[in-house]
Design a binder for this molecule. Structure first.
Ligand SMILES: NC(=O)c1ccc[n+]([C@@H]2O[C@H](COP(=O)([O-])OP(=O)(O)OC[C@H]3O[C@@H](n4cnc5c(N)ncnc54)[C@H](O)[C@@H]3O)[C@@H](O)[C@H]2O)c1
Length: 298
């Protein structure tokens, strides 16, 4: 199967990056969101990111324009999936939202269309179970920021076929990425390891063992992490971190994955990290000029 056109569902942090990456590799991309504002913000972000690449001489102006020309936006899912080879769902990390989308996709897509999901933690087998094409449902877990990060975790559900897996592995390579095949389990590999670390960093802060910058500095200078865990949590989105931990807590039925109170409280207060302007850090002067949020200043 030669995939030429792709529909991406969800135009948030990940959807815009996935659309950018496919469009820059010459695919025709339809980006869908229920929110017209989210679509507008996504195109603004993609344009800004492409401008930065032009200013750093990574691409030329023509490539930027060709990339933008490859993207169309849509709020209507049915027309957006007409004749597409592949759909990648990157909507909010919520199982009910995803099951509803896949049920609908199964009805409105061609029978050969592959249905991928960028979920960070939700079972691919469960998502596939609401379709009549369980062999064609697969996890394609990109990392944030998508145009830069090399990894794609390719997750096989119980019934995902060998041929669909090899199409998605090859496609990831064609996008310039390095795919790794993994089996279906809550959090897969990436978040199974990352999220307990982020949660532990928040507990360390909660128990006043140290401050926000100090905890991040320990992990940057001590473990050679490029970014501290609290800054990374802000970057991922605290709501996304909470949802992933809840899926793992429930999926493994193990208290070691219980999300910290601070994380739960921050999400309920709308402090979601960079996307809301505040998380562990305050981004009111721009994402590059972060300072520790007043709530955690020592
Ligand atoms: N943020 C990260 O670092 C990261 C990394 C890897 C994977 N993921 C996963 O990617 C997915 C998206 O995460 P995000 O961080 O981009 O979320 P986000 O909150 O930034 O964006 C989600 C978007 O989905 C849209 N949406 C919700 N319901 C929809 C529907 N029914 N149809 C179409 N659009 C709908 C929302 O309007 C919003 O624009 C999640 O499954 C998440 O777990 C996130």
């Amino acid at each position: 199967m030669n995939i030429k056109n792709v529909t991406i569902i969800g135009a948030g942090t990940m959807g815009n990056g996935i659309a950018h990456t496919f469009a820059q590799s010459g695919f025709s991309v339809n980006l869908v969101d229920t929110s017209a504002d989210a679509l507008e913000r996504a195109i603004t972000t993609i344009t800004k990111n492409l401008d930065r690449m032009v200013s750093k001489d990574k691409i030329v102006e023509e490539e930027k324009n060709a990339t933008l020309d490859n993207i169309t936006t849509n709020t209507d899912l049915t027309s957006a999936v007409k004749g597409v080879d592949l759909v990648i769902e990157a909507a909010t990390e919520n199982v009910d939202i995803k099951l509803k989308i896949f049920k609908q996709l199964d009805k409105i897509c061609n029978e050969n269309t592959i249905l991928g999901t960028n979920t960070s933690s939700i079972s691919i087998t469960q998502i596939a179970s609401v379709t009549n094409r369980k062999d064609k449902v697969i996890g394609m877990h990109f990392m944030n920021p998508v145009p830069i990060m090399k990894l794609v975790e390719v997750i096989r559900g119980k019934e995902t076929s060998d041929s669909v897996t090899s199409i998605i592995m090859q496609l990831s390579k064609n996008l310039g990425k390095s795919p790794v095949e993994v089996n279906d389990a809550p959090g897969f590999v990436a978040n199974r390891i990352l999220m307990p670390m982020i949660n532990e960093a928040i507990l360390t802060l909660e128990e006043n063992v140290s401050g926000v910058e100090e905890i991040d500095t320990v992990m940057i200078l001590g473990m050679s992490h490029p970014m501290g865990p609290l800054h990374l949590a802000d970057f991922i989105g605290l709501d996304v971190c909470l949802s992933i931990l809840e899926v793992m807590y429930k999926g493994f039925d193990n208290p070691k994955y219980a999300p910290s109170k601070t994380l739960i409280n921050m999400v309920s207060e709308g402090k979601l990290g960079i996307k809301s302007g505040e998380g562990f850090y305050d981004y009111s002067e721009g994402a590059r000029n972060k300072k520790v949020s007043s709530r955690f200043r020592r």
